[in-house]
Design a protein around this ligand. Structure first.
Ligand code: NAD
Length: 247
């Protein structure tokens, strides 16, 4: 089967968007590595539920643990072909409450949303290059946010961290080509545990977006699968917000 010897690591994949992406890539034939910070039982259950999958726990606010996650994947499978940097944290802070967005908040968000993806990419670069071939280029998919493209979002530090991830995506697409393609998905509202209580956002999407609703995680996973299966697309930030950015 296509992709049957290929390996995909999806960070933050025991819930929400990451879980949907990991299950989609497993359906696409990949050996999938599930990962989370806390939900060890759910990670082990998911890994046992699909063929040739594994689960590793790591707190990505600690870069030593991020490095260990990369080395665990490489020592288990001897290769990696796809890295999906999905794990992320948010902070709900009104944009005009500048002091509430303290240096501590900025550092926490950057550690998980920006520096951990960087660490994982740096630690897997060599292996991603080695597994790449002309028919199947290796691929990195960063899950950013429409808040990193438009001046919006749950807080300014969150939006800025996702804008940073988008810019990193384009810089690395240039730097790591042609062996490794690097793209980002910038979702709008997605129905996940993170957004369960975001009633204003749900109302906004229902009333204003052309698609009249937020996305389901599987709809983001479908786009990730398309990006991974392309053999040419690189440096793109795909806005998946049901068209809200047009309004
Ligand atoms: P979620 O809360 O279901 O998933 C977040 C995942 O990140 C969890 O699996 C969690 O284990 C992991 N994570 C958080 N902190 C971590 C840490 N310190 N170490 C390791 N893992 C950690 O949320 P989701 O909505 O599925 O979000 C997934 C990604 O999509 C995030 O990067 C988020 O910013 C982004 N996003 C979500 C939406 C949305 O509407 N849900 C919109 C735009 C972007």
């Amino acid at each position: 089967m296509k992709n049957s010897n290929r390996v995909a690591l999806v960070t933050g994949s025991t819930s929400g968007i990451g879980k949907a992406i990991a299950l989609q890539l497993s359906d696409d034939g990949f050996n999938v590595v599930f990962h989370s910070r806390d939900s060890i039982e759910e990670g082990e259950r998911l890994a046992a539920s699909v063929p040739k999958a594994t689960y590793f726990q790591a707190d990505l606010s600690d870069q030593k643990q991020a490095k260990k996650l990369a080395s665990n994947v490489l020592s288990t499978y001897g290769r990696i072909d796809v890295l999906v940097n999905n794990a992320g944290i948010n902070a709900m802070i009104p944009h005009d409450s500048l002091k509430e967005a303290s240096p501590k908040v900025w550092r926490e968000l950057y550690e998980v949303n920006v520096i951990a993806p960087w660490t994982l990419i740096a630690e897997t670069e060599h292996a991603l290059r080695q597994s790449s071939c002309s028919d199947y280029t290796s691929s990195i998919v960063n899950i950013s946010s429409h808040a990193g493209v438009r001046p919006k979002g749950a807080s300014i530090p969150y939006a800025a961290s996702k804008a940073s991830l988008n810019h990193m995506t384009q810089l690395l697409a240039l730097t790591l080509s042609p062996e490794i393609r690097v793209n980002a998905i910038a979702p709008g509202l997605v129905n996940t545990p993170m957004t369960e209580k975001w009633t204003d956002a749900r109302k906004l999407w229902a009333e204003k977006s052309p698609m009249k609703r937020g996305a389901q995680p599987a709809e983001i996973a479908h786009v990730a699968s398309m990006l991974v299966s392309s053999n040419y697309l690189t440096g793109e930030i795909i806005l998946v917000d049901g068209g809200l950015n047009l309004t």
